[in-house]
Design a protein around this ligand. Structure first.
Ligand code: FES
Length: 157
């Protein structure tokens, strides 16, 4: 295995032992840490996490596959995830998604050629009462209109 956590990430991983008393409980935080460290969860990273948590690679892959916030392939600098669940759809999230597809010239799951943006749909992001909700990397935005989206894109560094 050619990958391993940096000393800081390894220290953070070891701190999970004080928080969780079984390997399954620390799997999700370890996957988040691995994504932060390596950018996405490649098969090699899945194997590494399985070794660290003493779980089977199949179990780690199964959990990683379930969560849309865990990336199984490289994403752009900004990963835009738009909720297309019921509340957000009723508040025109699909129109917002179409607007972004047109603007960025990519389809769902694709990344722009300059590797700046990846666009995805997501299941409920927990902001149903402020729909439509989207997430750019780790930040959530609510009641997003195409106009507000344009402004958000302009303000990204
Ligand atoms: S339905 Fe979109 S955040 Fe819940």
């Amino acid at each position: 295995m050619n990958i391993q956590f940096s000393p800081n990430a390894l220290k953070e991983f070891k701190s999970f032992d004080t928080l969780y008393d079984n390997p399954k409980s620390k799997l999700l935080p370890t996957l988040h840490l691995a994504q932060k460290e390596f950018g996405y969860l490649s098969p090699e990273v899945i194997e590494y996490v399985a070794t660290l948590t003493e779980l089977s690679p199949a179990k780690v892959k199964e959990v990683a596959s379930f969560y849309t916030m865990l990336h199984k392939k490289p994403v752009g600098k900004y990963h835009i995830q738009i909720c297309t669940n019921i509340s957000c759809t009723m508040m025109k999230s699909r129109e917002l998604f179409s607007h972004l597809k047109k603007k960025l010239k990519i389809e769902a799951g694709e990344t722009t050629q300059d590797k700046k943006f990846t666009l995805s749909t997501a299941e409920c992001l927990g902001g149903c009462d402020k729909a439509p909700t989207l997430r750019i990397n780790d930040t959530y935005y609510y009641q997003v209109t195409p106009e507000k989206m344009e402004q958000l894109l302009k303000e990204l560094p």
